[in-house]
Design a protein around this ligand. Structure first.
Ligand code: MSP
Length: 631
């Protein structure tokens, strides 16, 4: 394993208010850096984030506020800098592109490329819109005017400076082909290769000061500042002390850039070719994640962004649900590379089912048992201590690094272990067993504690504080419990949340549930026998049942109707466990129109009685054959 690892986030535009898109990139990078440390505690890990402070938008915003761009940035970068500790981000450094250390690196790089003939001047002409501060082609104009604002445009001819990017196309393609892991996930690498099938143009890297003054001055061209991306990308080298601080190459050789898919081209094409021209090796890896989308009522989910005004504030989420549950949700619900919809409902469900029910309950059950039957201390192993759980999760963490950074898969591996441990406790009932066979019960308890300790360790990159607390409660150090250590009972580690009722909105069509509740109130209208006879009611036998992932109410039940099998998604998980139900005879509505719940088709309905305290599944009073009619 390498001795160093270097992780970077993009540097964020200083004008933006941080939203969960920014929070996600940073939380993901933070967790990857933490896993890199866990996999090898002797490895040195460096994690860089920061702010991108030059460019037109910053200049304009500062002008509007009547302050200098520098004063504007000094104030605004704080929104990011102060957010990160609140989200339990442990970055090693925070870089601002207005810092002298960075300006120096950019100017040196420009000069070096110029001296080597990699940068040249060329006249450029086009229709310039003052209000949009950009050029348009003849074709783009609408009635000879700026297509965005409708304002007049003027023909402008100016000289600009270009980086000879085009000549590197072949080398870049060769690199991508020789290093299939360079861009993750795979399909993104293919997109970049697709893009590179066409000619690659040279990159304009200058802006005349007359149009934009807020940038890094180009040393060999006093009337120009450099293009903001040329400036920003170099932060990744400034952050590790390039070119003068000895040892920067060791970090660089193990560098991973984490970023969103919208800025993959700038990183995989501009940045890589800039590095080739500078004679610096390419970074080890680029990970491009998808977008968090905002599900907006009735419309297609859309990218969350400031300009659309649909952003979710990370601080708001943190205040409402706690930072670590928020981090858990971000890393659990997005499959790196794909887009995902952000919803508070999904966050609450994940918390209630996976964290509160599965993990939190296992911890409190086992601690209570240790207190009651084992003198409050971790029992010694009767047989030799087991490292199985730790090894299993370590393997999943290695897989994470080698297999496309799918954080949700590593989390799923931890949850899978938790579910197995819950089943072990349910199947072996150690709280009863301890009376007859304390050694056997102790062995089970120890197995569960070892497993919990391993989960506490390997989930700590996702939830550093809560997992440290979990380990503290069971006397674990670095993922291992020690026999004889006292356990600590505390408040529940993951409290459940109730979803707030949405605010009163103009009467939308009533959801099915509300209709049902309303229908149940008071006597129902009299119906004819013919109406009743429309129902195809049958006896069915439960062949299998399992919990529906992401829901604490639903079970997916496979029913045997004698002549056929049906899948029914039933809202009975709070009253019945899957094992309890298997083999039971129930009554089902066999001719109900199918509907889809949590992505599963429900092909009927199991009848149940509801009183004020719980729910009882209805079945025949004896062994009626599956498929028997009910009337
Ligand atoms: N300043 C440039 C990056 C320069 S890096 C040398 C920039 N900044 S940004 O603030 O606009 O975006 C930074 C990161 O936030 C990107 O990785 C981007 O993909 C991510 N996100 C912004 N909105 C997002 C979502 N809605 N969802 C997920 N991430 C998205 O680009």
């Amino acid at each position: 394993m390498s001795t160093h690892a270097y992780f970077t986030t993009p540097i964020y535009y200083v004008n933006d208010r941080p939203h969960i898109g920014h929070a996600y990139t940073t939380v993901l990078t933070d967790a990857l850096a933490r896993w890199a440390r866990l996999l090898d505690p002797t490895r040195e890990v460096f994690f860089l984030t920061g702010t991108d402070e030059h460019g037109q938008k910053v200049e304009q915003a500062a002008r509007k506020r009547g302050v200098t761009p520098q004063a504007h940035c000094d104030e605004l970068h704080q929104a990011f800098k102060s957010l990160w500790p609140e989200l339990h981000i442990a970055n090693s450094d925070f870089i601002r592109t207005t810092e002298p250390r960075h300006v120096d690196v950019v100017q040196q790089a420009l000069q070096q490329l110029y001296d080597r003939g990699e940068i040249y001047a060329k006249p450029f002409a086009g229709w310039y819109s003052v209000s949009e501060e950009r050029f348009f082609t003849e074709k783009e104009l609408v009635d000879g005017k700026d297509p965005i604002s409708g304002n007049a445009v003027e023909w402008l001819e100016e000289q600009n400076w270009f980086f000879r990017m085009g000549q590197y196309r072949g080398r870049l393609v060769a690199h991508l082909e020789a290093h299939p892991d360079f861009i993750q996930p795979d399909f993104r690498r293919n997109e970049v290769l697709g893009f590179l099938r066409n000619d690659l143009e040279d990159l304009c890297i200058s802006r005349p000061k007359a149009r934009l003054a807020w940038g890094i001055p180009i040393p060999f061209a006093p009337d120009y500042v450099t293009y903001v991306w040329f400036d920003a990308l170099l932060n990744y080298l400034t952050g590790i002390g390039y070119p003068d601080t000895p040892g920067w190459e060791r970090w660089w050789a193990e560098s991973t850039h984490v970023l969103g898919k919208d800025i993959l081209t700038t990183h995989s094409v501009y940045w890589t070719t800039m590095l080739m021209a500078l004679g610096v090796p390419l970074p080890k890896r680029i990970i491009a994640h998808g977008w968090w989308l905002s599900p907006s009522a009735g419309k297609e989910a859309e990218k969350m962004s400031k300009s659309k005004g649909n952003v979710v504030s990370p601080l708001g989420m943190k205040d409402k649900y706690g930072v670590e549950v928020f981090r858990y949700f971000l890393l659990r619900d997005m499959s790196v590379g794909q887009d995902a919809s952000f919803s508070e409902e999904a966050l609450v469900q994940r918390n209630n089912t996976e964290l509160a029910n599965d993990l939190g309950n296992l911890l409190s059950r086992i601690v209570a048992l240790v207190e009651k039957s084992f003198g409050g201390v971790v029992p010694e192993y009767v047989e030799r201590p087991s490292q199985a759980a730790d090894q299993r999760l370590r393997a999943a963490a290695l897989e994470l690094v080698e297999g496309g950074y799918r954080t949700h898969q590593l989390i799923e591996a931890c949850l899978g272990l938790v579910r197995e441990l819950n089943k072990l406790v349910t199947d072996t009932a150690p709280f009863k067993l301890v009376r007859d066979d304390p050694a056997a019960a102790g062995h089970i308890v120890r197995t569960v504690l070892d497993g919990l300790a391993a989960v506490g360790k390997w989930l700590s990159p996702v939830m550093p504080e809560r997992m440290a607390e979990l380990q503290r409660r069971i006397g674990a150090v670095d993922g291992h419990v020690i026999g004889g250590t006292a356990v600590i009972r505390g408040e529940s580690l993951f409290p459940r949340f109730e979803l707030e009722a949405p605010e009163a909105a103009p009467e939308p069509p009533k959801p099915a549930k509300a209709k049902k509740a309303e229908a149940q109130k008071g006597p129902k209208a009299v119906i004819s026998y013919e109406d009743f006879a429309k129902l195809d009611l049958r006896v069915a036998q439960v062949e299998a049942a399992e919990r529906v992932e992401g829901s604490d109410k639903l079970l997916r039940v496979t029913l045997d109707l004698g002549t056929e099998k049906r899948q029914v998604v039933a809202g009975i998980a709070k009253a019945y466990g899957p094992e309890e139900l298997t083999g039971k005879l129930v009554v089902m509505v066999a001719n109900l129109a199918p509907r889809t719940l949590f992505g599963l088709e429900s092909q009927g309905m199991i009848l149940a009685a509801h009183d004020s305290s719980r729910l009882f599944v209805i079945g025949p009073d004896g062994f009626a054959a599956a498929g028997a009619e009910v009337s």
